[in-house]
Write a protein that binds this ligand. Structure first.
Ligand SMILES: [Zn+2]
Length: 171
């Protein structure tokens, strides 16, 4: 074993490997690795999917206290820029959404019912009224200032699906 050779070998730390999968733009730092349907970046660690923005937070700012979540000031789920991340309880996260656009309680009830009726898939079997209602709520949220990404997050769908719902007419 050549000690000098060993010392010259580049060290790849966890940090290095993590940040090598990030594309830094002037606004957000976009996660380039695996993403969930909702846009959140994920890293598989010991068989568990850990959200990339949580790792970014822990790498740069320290441990996330129990019961707290890491929220985005930019509302971009795939962003891992430490400056765009803040820590809050679920309640604070919801209050933040309230402040941003008068989030409708009605929406969460509707979504819960929709999920039960469609079992998480596209509402193929769901009647015309429900499809119309979903569209109506999405339009309302957008009008109240929610971004497409936020609406997608609320409905647990990909942002492209929000666009699709807005243009599709129920058959
Ligand atoms: Zn961001």
């Amino acid at each position: 074993m050549d000690i000098i050779e060993e010392m010259q070998r580049p060290i790849t730390t966890v940090e290095d490997r993590f940040w090598s999968r990030v594309k830094k733009t002037s606004k957000c730092w976009e996660w380039q690795g695996t993403k969930l349907k909702t846009g959140y970046g994920v890293v598989s660690i010991k068989g568990k999917n850990i959200r990339a923005h949580r790792i970014a937070y822990e790498l740069t700012k320290g441990k996330i206290p129990q019961g707290y979540g890491v929220c985005h000031t930019c509302d971009n789920p795939s962003c891992v820029k430490p400056d765009h991340l803040w820590i809050g309880t679920h309640k604070e996260n919801m209050e933040d959404r309230n402040k941003k656009g008068g989030y409708l309680i009605e929406t969460s009830d509707f979504i819960r019912n929709l999920k039960i009726m469609t079992k998480g898939g596209r509402p193929k079997q769901v009647n015309k009224v429900l499809i119309e209602k979903r569209k109506e709520i999405m339009v309302k949220l957008l009008q109240e200032g929610f971004s497409r990404t936020q609406v997608a997050f609320i409905f647990s769908v990909h942002p492209a699906q929000v666009t699709r719902v807005l243009v599709e007419s129920p058959k």
